[in-house]
Design a protein around this ligand. Structure first.
Ligand code: THU
Length: 134
């Protein structure tokens, strides 16, 4: 799957966003090293803290299906009715990526036509990992 196809999958996943409170809609597309695709959207809740981001929806779907090795993640977001030129993942999602992905894990950010690749290390340097617990 190409980077552009992964971004298109994130944009399609965004259509499923359940965001009646923020009206900010996000989609994510996660590619496994085996080439399998898992998508996610943000799912909000009247008790706001129960909201889950699109990225974590995709990761938790994949991990709960037994996946452990990932090669790339694409994120597309923005206010209802528009696509932001850039939607950065929140800190909690960066930490979840850190749990399952290597430092060179590729994160595609932008809109489906103009996007850039970043590494997880760029997005969350000096991260806390399992090594800190040993
Ligand atoms: N959100 C995501 O789904 N991913 C991000 O990377 C940033 C924020 C969601 C959470 C909430 O539903 C809405 O966007 C506004 O914060």
């Amino acid at each position: 799957m190409t980077d552009a196809e992964l971004m298109a999958a994130a944009a399609a996943a965004r259509e499923k966003s359940y965001s009646p409170y923020s009206h900010f809609r996000v989609g994510a597309a996660l590619l496994t090293k085996q080439g399998k695709l898992y998508t996610g959207c943000n799912i909000e809740n009247a008790a706001y803290s129960a909201t889950v981001c699109a990225e974590r929806t995709a990761f938790f779907k994949a991990v709960s299906e037994g996946e452990r090795e990932f090669s790339a993640l694409a994120i597309v977001g923005g206010k209802e009715g528009e696509t932001a030129p850039f939607c950065a993942p929140c800190g909690v999602c960066r930490q979840v990526m850190t749990e399952f992905c290597s430092r060179d894990f590729k994160v595609l950010l932008g809109d489906p036509t103009h996007f850039e690749a970043y590494t997880l290390d760029m997005l969350l340097p000096f991260s806390f990992t399992d090594k800190d617990l040993s």
